[in-house]
Design a protein. Sequence first.
Length: 398
Amino acid sequence: MAVDARQKIGVTDLAVALPKMVTEVPSLLKGLAGFTRKPHHKASIGQVFQDAAAKRGGHPFVRFEGESISYTDANALVNQYAGVFIDRGVKRGDVVGVLSKNRPEALFAALAAVKLGATAGMLNYNQRGDVLEHSLGILDATVLVLDEDAQEALDSLEKAPQAGSVIPLRELAELAKKESSANPAVTSEIQAKEKAFYIFTSGTTGMPKASLMSHFRWLKSMSGLGNMGVRLRGDDVIYCCLPLYHNNALTVTLSSVLAGGATMAIGKQFSVSNFWQDIKVNKATAFTYIGELCRYLLTQPKKDTDRDNTVKLVVGNGLRPEIWEEFTDRFGIERVAEFYGASECNIAFVNALNMKKTAGVCPLPYAVVEYDEESGKAKRGQDGKLRKVGTGEVGLLL
């Protein structure tokens, strides 16, 4: 842990932060209520999305390259995509692969899959050859939705996918025009415990692994991060240039948008030189970050207009304590919803109270215990029990 990172949140911190959150009590209560949801309950991402569409109607759901798509229109298109998938044999429990660069159609394809009770397998378009073949093998997808801009990745395979299983986005758009825009009946029957997304690890220590995101885990993220941590409002626009195959985009950003009935502005990719121009064009009030993205923005030459932006909130993980205040002061950021979590982790911490240099708190029970650095396993005392570490010490999170 960095020496100047926050190690403890005290009573004084709470006394300062909580009064400022009075107007956000409804969102906080909704988040708390979400934690009562059980795996066997009929609840799903698709249901949350279509409920938001019914409530928000003509309000912009997605912005991309100067165009906006309303909640109503997006939901109708998602339902039409789902109709195409049904025609291609996709059913509840199947997998729909998505190999696409950032664009609304990729998000709609993923939502269409989960509305049917299928799993959306979000593929990394930077993968090539054996690595991509390995990922496709894990998915064993009934159909593969392909963005023509990602064709190069598919061309790198020794053996092309089975004919008829690949649906180019342009073809999907044409076929969708003939389908019904009504909500699929199966959506209301999906249980929270069912599979929603496959998100692939980077593969830095071997072949990529598919991390499973169930509807239950995603909905818990919406409650903890979306409702309680990020707390977007209906007039907010959150800019996300992170790839849609990453959880910070597909889970953190999307769940926060749907929780608040806000707008998601999708960027094609991160560009340090064009970032603030994209923020301006999209009139973004928030953005999602990861890793060193904020540090990259700080490396740009200072301008008198650095604070001349509409962003008030940033959400993500990896904002280092040593640059925290420099970043927020330079760009006029009022709130940082830093969080700590992982694709395979069943809990997360979030800076819901807007404290400096901290990943915040976790509403669920947890412990940090002593562990063996070589094996990674928890240590036990002579009594056979695990031992908690002290404040500021490194340990294994359970």
